[in-house]
Design a protein around this ligand. Structure first.
Ligand code: F0G
Length: 360
C-alpha cells in the first residue's frame, strides 16, 4: 500500500508541497511521515482573557507526526542524509529533535543515535526515542555539552548530524512560515515563538523573506522571540553555563543559531525577551483552560511574552498575531499534573457516591 494515496491523498508532506523552495531534486528519496499542514487555530477566548484586542492564532505544531515542529526539518535532513548514503544519523536534544530523528530514521530504515541531558528530558520525549528504537545515551551534562560532542562526532565522517547546525533542518522548518502565509493570505503583523537553540526563529524568518521575495506574500512580520529567564543567553548577551527552566525544551545556554536569531529580530524590527517560569506556567494553564489547547511549557513562553507586551501596551489594537505552539502538551505529562494542582476525586462505583463527589 502506498500511504500517499487513498485517504491521505492531497497532502504528501512539506517536501512535496513546497519543493520549489527546497534543495531537493527528483532524485531525492523523500522520507516523510506526512508532516506539516498543521492547523492555525484562532484563540479569541485566550486573547480576551489577557485583555488583548488582537486577532491571535496558534500554529499548532504539536499536531505533527512526532508532536513537535521538528518534523518539518527532519523530513528534509533525513531525506538528504539518505540521498548521500548515510547509514547513521546523530543528534543532541532536549527531547523533541531526538524524538523526530528517531522516527524518521525508523521510517528510512537507518540507525539513529541520540544524546540527551541526563534527567532533564520530558517523559513523553524519552518514551519516543526509546520506542522508535534510537540508540539513546544520557550524557552527564546539559544540552550544550551534548551538542559539542555531536559536532565532534560529525567531524569523524561516520555519522550525519541532524541538529539544526545541519542547514537542511532550517530549510525544512521554514515551511511553517509558508503555511501561515497561505492560511492568512499574507504574513501576520507579529510572529511570537519560543527560542532555545534559535533554529526555529531563524527558519521562520527565512521562510517569510523567501515567500515575500517570491511575491507569495506582501508583508513581513515582526519576529518576537522568547527565552526562559534562567536560560536567556541572547537576552542577557552572554552564554549561560548552567541554564535552568521548567521548560526543559529551551534549557539551552549557548544557542547554535544565535546569529540567526539576532538577524531575524533586527531585520524584522522585532525583539527578543525573557519570561519567568511562573509566567510560562500561568500562560500554559490559562491556554488549556480557556481554549482546550494543551501545549508543552516551552510553547507557552511566547504566550507569556504576549501577556507582558499587552500589559505594556506594546501591541497595536487589531494586530494579527501568530504564535507557534512548538510541541504538544502530552510530551510532558509530569508538569501538567503538577501545575493542575489537583488529583482526581474518589468515589464508589455508585450513582450516589459520584453525585456526592461532584456535589450535584
Ligand atoms: N519549543 C520546543 C517544544 C522545542 O523542543 C524547542 C527546541 C524549542 C521550542 C526551541 O526551538 O531550538 O529552534 O530555538 N528543542 C530542541 C530539541 C533544542 O532538542 O528538541 P529552537
Amino acid at each position: 500500500m502506498n500511504v500517499n494515496t487513498g485517504k491521505a491523498a492531497g497532502w504528501r508532506g512539506v517536501i512535496d508541497r513546497y519543493s520549489e523552495f527546497l534543495p531537493v531534486t527528483d532524485q531525492t528519496p523523500v522520507v516523510t511521515l506526512l508532516e506539516g499542514n498543521t492547523p492555525l487555530v484562532p484563540v479569541p477566548r485566550f486573547a480576551a482573557a489577557i485583555g488583548a484586542k488582537v486577532e491571535l492564532f496558534l500554529k499548532c505544531e504539536g499536531l505533527n507526526p512526532t508532536c513537535s515542529f521538528k518534523d518539518r526539518g527532519m523530513t528534509l535532513a533525513v531525506s538528504k542524509a539518505v540521498e548521500k548514503g548515510a547509514q547513521v544519523i546523530v543528534c543532541a536534544s532536549t527531547g523533541n529533535t531526538s524524538a523526530s530523528a528517531a522516527a524518521y530514521a525508523a521510517r528510512a530504515g537507518i540507525k539513529c543515535v541520540v544524546l540527551l541531558p541526563e534527567g532533564n528530558v520530558a517523559l513523553g520525549k524519552l518514551a519516543q526515542a526509546l520506542i522508535y528504537g534510537a540508540e539513546t545515551v544520557e550524557v552527564r551534562g546539559g544540552f550544550d555539552a551534548a551538542l559539542n560532542i555531536v559536532r565532534e562526532l560529525g567531524l569523524t565522517g561516520l555519522v550525519e548530524v541532524v541538529n539544526s547546525v545541519n542547514p537542511y533542518r532550517i530549510e525544512g522548518q521554514k515551511t511553517a512560515a509558508f503555511e501561515i502565509c497561505d492560511a492568512l493570505g499574507d504574513a501576520p503583523d507579529f510572529h511570537f515563538l519560543p527560542v532555545g537553540n534559535a533554529g526555529n526563529i531563524t527558519a521562520n524568518w527565512k521562510g517569510y523573506r523567501e515567500y515575500h521575495a517570491a511575491e507569495k506574500s506582501d508583508t513581513l512580520p515582526k519576529m518576537f522571540g522568547w527565552q526562559a529567564a534562567g536560560a536567556a543567553p541572547i537576552v542577557d548577551g552572554h552564554p549561560i553555563d548552567n541554564p535552568q527552566s521548567v521548560a526543559t525544551a529551551i534549557r539551552i545556554g549557548n544557542p547554535a543559531s544565535w546569529q540567526g536569531a539576532t538577524s531575524a529580530v533586527q531585520e524584522s524590527a522585532g525583539s527578543i525577551g525573557k519570561v519567568s517560569d511562573d509566567e510560562i506556567l500561568h500562560a500554559y494553564q490559562l491556554l488549556a483552560r480557556t481554549e482546550g489547547v494543551f501545549v508543552e511549557p516551552a510553547s507557552a513562553a511566547p504566550l507569556a511574552g504576549l501577556i507582558r507586551c499587552v500589559k505594556l501596551d506594546q501591541i497595536p489594537a487589531g494586530s494579527i498575531i501568530v504564535a507557534t505552539m512548538t510541541g504538544h502538551g502530552l510530551k510532558d505529562p509530569d508538569i501538567a499534573i503538577k501545575q493542575a494542582g489537583v488529583t482526581p476525586k474518589r468515589a464508589e462505583a455508585t450513582l450516589e457516591s459520584v453525585r456526592a463527589a461532584i456535589g450535584l
